[in-house]
Write a protein that binds this ligand. Structure first.
Ligand code: XIL
Length: 364
C-alpha cells in the first residue's frame, strides 16, 4: 500500500476529477468538429471512448498539404516534436521565441484539436549556454523563471504539459533512482518539485505530467525503472507536488525487448491507485533488427503496438495516446537511427497495420 494518506488520496481524486474536465471538454469538442471524410479516423475512435489520439508534429510538416490533411483527419491532439523545447524557445538567454509553438497551437485550434506542451524541464535539447550557467550560478530562477514564462505564455490554452521529462534513471546508481543530470547536481531532487509548483502557478488549468520512458518492457532494467517511478511518484505526491498524470513515452521495439503485459498492467494499477491519470505520450515502434520482408516487419510492429495499448487502454485512468509523429514520411532519422517504419501511416500516408492496431486498441 502506498504512503499517501486516504484523505490525501481522496483530495487528489477530487482535484483530479476537475483536472479531467478539460479532457472531457476536448473529447466533446472533437466529437462535434471532426469530419467523416475518409471513413472513421483514430481521432473519432478515441473520442467515442472519451479518450484522445494525437501525435507530434513540427511547423515544416504543416506546409505539406496532403500531410496536413491527414493530420487533421487522424489527430485530435498535437504536441510539438521539438519546437517547444528550451533549445528552440530560449536559444539566447532571456530571449523567448514562441513563433513555432504558436503556429502549431494556431493550427490545432483552427482544426478543433487539443494541444499539449513538451517539455519544460529536460536534460536534453537545451540551448548551448544553459548548463554552464546553471553549474556556475546554481540560481534556481534559471529553472523557475523559464517555467513561469513559457507556461504563462500558453496559460489556459493547453491540455497538459510535460513539466519534467526523463528525470529517472536507476542506472545512475542513486538510492532514489533519479537521473544524475545537471539539474539534479545543481539543485538536488527538489528541482522537480520547483518545476511542478511553478507550472501549476503559471497555468492552473493545464494537466501537469511527469513524462518518461522505460516502464514498458519486461527486462530487469525495466523492473528497476518501474519501481523507481512508483517510489518517485509516491514520495512526490506525499509532498503535495502537483503531479496530475504519468506520461509513458511508449517508444517500443518490434524485434527487441518485448512489452511485459503482466508487469505493465500491475504497474499501471499502482499508478492509478495514486490518483494519477495516465497517457501514452510518444508512441512509436522501431523495427530495427527485423527481416527484409517489410510486411512481416509491419505486422510485428503492429502486434507490438497492440499488446502495449491493450494494457494501457485497459486501465480506466488512461486518458489518451499520442504517437511520436503520424507518418514515416517525416521520421527523424537522426533521432531514430536507421529506422525505416515506426508510425501509423507510411510515407505515402497510407494506413499501415500499426494504424489498424491502434484503431483496434481504441475498440474499432
Ligand atoms: C526528440 C525529437 O524527435 C527530435 O526531433 C529532437 O531533436 C530531440 O528530441 N524522448 C523525448 C522526446 O521526450 O522529446 C524526444 O524527441 C524523443 C525521446
Amino acid at each position: 500500500m502506498n504512503m499517501l494518506s486516504k484523505r490525501a488520496l481522496l483530495q487528489r481524486m477530487a482535484a483530479g476529477a476537475l483536472a479531467c474536465a478539460p479532457v472531457n471538454a476536448f473529447a466533446q469538442q472533437l466529437r462535434s468538429s471532426v469530419s467523416e471524410a475518409n471513413g472513421v479516423s483514430l481521432r473519432q475512435l478515441a473520442a467515442r471512448r472519451r479518450l484522445f489520439y494525437g501525435c507530434a508534429a513540427n511547423t515544416s510538416q504543416l506546409k505539406d498539404g496532403d500531410f496536413a490533411a491527414a493530420l487533421t483527419r487522424e489527430a485530435g491532439m498535437l504536441v510539438a516534436e521539438y519546437e517547444m523545447k528550451r533549445k528552440t524557445i530560449e536559444r539566447k538567454r532571456g530571449r523567448f521565441d514562441f513563433r513555432a509553438g504558436d503556429a502549431l497551437l494556431a493550427f490545432a485550434t483552427t482544426h478543433g484539436m487539443a494541444f499539449r506542451g513538451h517539455t519544460l524541464v529536460w536534460h536534453r535539447s537545451n540551448p548551448s549556454w544553459l548548463e554552464d550557467v546553471v553549474n556556475d550560478t546554481r540560481d534556481p530562477k534559471l529553472l523557475t523563471n523559464y517555467v513561469e514564462a513559457v507556461a504563462g505564455h500558453y496559460k489556459g490554452r493547453l491540455h497538459s504539459w510535460d513539466v519534467v521529462n526523463e528525470a529517472i534513471n536507476p542506472e545512475d546508481g542513486r538510492a532514489d533512482g533519479l537521473r544524475n543530470s545537471f539539474w539534479l547536481k545543481a539543485f538536488g531532487p527538489s528541482y522537480i518539485d520547483r518545476a511542478f509548483h511553478a507550472a501549476r502557478q503559471a497555468d492552473p488549468k493545464a494537466l501537469l505530467v511527469y513524462n518518461d520512458q522505460g516502464c514498458e518492457a519486461g527486462l530487469p532494467e525495466n523492473d528497476r525503472f518501474r519501481a523507481a517511478v512508483l517510489k518517485f511518484l509516491e514520495r512526490a505526491l506525499t509532498r503535495r507536488v502537483p503531479i496530475d498524470a504519468l506520461g509513458l513515452q511508449g517508444h517500443l521495439r518490434a524485434f527487441g525487448a518485448q512489452v511485459d503485459q503482466k508487469k505493465l498492467r500491475a504497474f499501471l494499477d499502482e499508478v492509478k491507485s495514486l490518483g494519477l491519470r495516465i497517457l501514452v505520450s510518444e508512441h512509436d515502434v522501431k523495427d530495427e533488427g527485423g527481416p527484409p520482408d517489410m510486411s512481416l516487419r509491419d505486422k510485428t510492429a503492429a502486434d507490438t503496438s497492440r499488446r502495449f495499448l491493450d494494457v494501457v487502454l485497459g486501465n480506466s485512468a488512461t486518458i489518451g495516446v499520442l504517437t511520436w509523429g503520424l507518418s514515416d514520411r517525416y521520421l527523424d532519422r537522426g533521432w531514430f537511427g536507421r529506422q525505416a517504419r515506426a508510425l501509423p501511416l507510411d510515407a505515402e500516408l497510407r494506413r499501415k497495420p500499426m494504424w489498424q492496431a491502434i484503431a483496434g486498441a481504441f475498440g474499432a
